[in-house]
Design a binder for this molecule. Structure first.
Ligand SMILES: Nc1ncnc2c1ncn2[C@@H]1O[C@H](COP(=O)(O)OP(=O)(O)OP(=O)(O)O)[C@@H](O)[C@H]1O
Length: 368
């Protein structure tokens, strides 16, 4: 549990941050210059708020009223930055064992466990300069974990990686986020990363936390859409894998009654998955359509319709107790006579997260 309620300044920007992370991964999301790094620096003790309180799992790191301001070392926070910041003259093994030595406390995580978790076994004898960017970041994360932190902060750990490297490392982050056993603060510009990895999403803009909450609920918010842009507007569905249809290479995911059929998802029956579905990939029909190539046509009920300037409308629909977002033309809304409360069929063209990463994702509810 992370509790942050602070005020302060960085340059001319006033910081007013208030959020709670209820275990698992708490993501700080917002545009460049919103103050994300500054807030993490305040949590880590690298910058000092002017007032307020910060606690992690009940340990107070900062309390202005009580005069508590633990020094950086005493906060026991593992910090992973955009650039891995490894010791260049040391091997991977020495970088990792140095961290363990620096941690010097009982209960420090088992070396072998971290090596397995991050797939570092074959890298141990190498020097940082011979590693790819993604491999370096995995070592940096391992080093942070081995110092026995009470909290792990990852500040845009994938920002310097190209698309392919990012996809290489994300499955490791999936596992890490589920298995780390400590709270994680994850900073990112990428709504895709944030929705994939986090339990709680904190929206930051102009130095202020605008809102925070379970990631699925936050995705339904208009203020988040204003930051991500309409093209990225999405919803998150949680489900359980019920069947692998090897004949057609489709995975069946039960989302609480209705079943989605998803291509290319590396999962086993019984796995819990979370699926991010972009609003632009969802169409609506007022009567159940026939002769359709789209496999995922599910009964839904319209909750709200948001008209906006321009040709499109945003429609939130409930579907088996979850929420899905559709973006269709205002002309179609008018032609079909769509209204809140109306029963419709949601046609899901494709699922944005359609690889193995979803299999280990934490529950979308944000409660762990
Ligand atoms: N040491 C500093 N002195 C003056 N201004 C600063 C300092 N550090 C950051 N700023 C400014 O404070 C604002 C918030 O910066 P911060 O790095 O916290 O934002 P951010 O949300 O992490 O941005 P990004 O996503 O681009 O990394 C920015 O306008 C930045 O230019």
């Amino acid at each position: 549990m992370i509790d942050v309620d602070i005020r302060g300044h960085v340059g001319r920007l006033e910081i007013v941050a208030h959020f709670e992370g209820r275990g698992g991964v708490t993501s700080l999301f917002g545009p460049s210059g919103a103050g994300k790094t500054t807030v993490t620096n305040m949590i880590a003790g690298l910058a000092t708020p002017s007032s307020g309180r910060i606690s992690v799992n009940g340990t107070v790191l900062f309390d202005a009223d009580k005069g508590i301001n633990l020094p950086v070392q005493a906060r026991r926070i593992g910090h992973v930055f955009q650039d891995a910041r490894l010791f260049p003259h040391l091997s991977v093994r020495a970088n990792l064992t140095y961290a363990r030595w620096a941690g010097r406390r009982s209960g420090t995580r088992d070396f072998g466990e971290v090596i397995d978790l991050l797939g570092l076994k074959d890298l141990l004898g190498r020097k940082p300069e011979t590693l790819s960017g993604g491999e370096r970041q995995r070592v940096a994360i391992g080093r942070a974990l081995l110092s026995g932190p009470r909290l792990l902060i990852m500040d845009e750990p994938l920002a310097n990686l190209d698309h392919a490297r990012r996809n290489d490392i994300l499955p490791y982050l999936d596992r890490l986020c589920v298995e780390a056993g400590i709270p994680i603060i994850y900073v990112s510009h990428s709504i895709e990363e944030v929705t994939r990895l986090s339990n709680t999403l904190v929206l930051l803009s102009e130095g202020r936390t605008q809102a925070f909450g379970p990631v699925a609920a936050m995705l339904a918010r208009e203020d988040l859409v204003r930051v991500t842009g309409r093209r990225e507007a999405s919803a998150l569905l949680s489900g359980t894998v019920t069947r692998i249809d090897t004949a057609w290479d489709l995975v069946h995911v039960d989302i609480g009654g209705p079943v989605l059929q998803i291509p290319g998802l590396a999962a086993e029956p019984g796995d819990t998955v979370r699926l991010r579905i972009l609003a632009r990939d969802v169409a609506l029909a007022s009567v159940p359509p026939e002769g359709l190539s789209i496999r995922n046509a599910l009964a839904a009920t319209i909750e709200s319709i948001t008209g906006e300037p321009g040709p499109y409308a945003e429609i939130l629909c409930s579907l088996a107790g979850q929420t899905i977002r559709a973006r269709i033309t205002r002309a179609s809304v008018s032609d079909l006579g769509l209204k809140p409360g109306m029963a419709v069929t949601a046609l899901i063209k494709s699922v944005a997260i359609d690889r193995g990463q979803s299999t280990l994702a934490p529950p979308a509810s944000g409660e762990t």
